[in-house]
Design a binder for this molecule. Structure first.
Ligand code: IDP
Ligand code: MG
Length: 135
């Protein structure tokens, strides 16, 4: 089996959309193999989003992702789980995200786009190790 990492971001928790998001993965026949409601600390957020550290939105992104509890989860499927999850998430900017996707059905703001998903197998491995070191 193949695993990837997701974050239902603080906007999803605040809006009560965690169940909706997780149930989409469950209906797709993917499994939740670990999950924790956690307020991400600043150092971990900066490490997680390190590739964006020189972008103009980095400060806003770290403020947002650390502002309250997020639902962190490891999702398992048969193969290419990261890719299936990314397809279900939709485009980064919810305004461009297709209907039927999480961001396209539930989001409208750019930074507050409800969900993070690893963007490849190496990222999945790195992010699972960062957020669930015991797994
Ligand atoms: P992804 O989440 O679809 O992989 P990334 O490009 O990795 O998108 O960006 C990480 C996160 O940073 C996005 O999910 C979004 O919350 C935020 N973000 C990305 N680009 C912008 C932008 O141009 N303005 C504001 N926020 C952005
Ligand atoms: Mg990304």
């Amino acid at each position: 089996m193949d695993r990837t990492f997701i974050i239902c971001k603080p906007d999803a928790v605040e809006r009560g959309l965690v169940g909706e998001i997780i149930s989409r993965f469950e209906r797709r026949n993917l499994s939740v193999v670990a999950a924790e409601l956690r307020t991400i600390d600043r150092a971990t957020a900066e490490q997680h989003y390190g590739e964006h550290s020189d972008k103009p939105f980095f400060g806003e992104l770290v403020d947002f992702i650390t502002r309250g509890p997020a639902m962190l989860a490891v999702i398992e499927g048969p193969e290419d789980t990261w890719k299936v999850v990314r397809t279900m998430m939709g485009a980064t900017n919810p305004r461009d995200a297709a209907p039927g996707t999480i961001r396209g059905d539930l989001g409208i703001l750019f930074t507050e786009n409800l969900i993070h998903g690893s963007d490849g197998p190496e990222a999945a491995q790195r992010e699972i190790a960062l957020f669930f070191p015991g797994l």
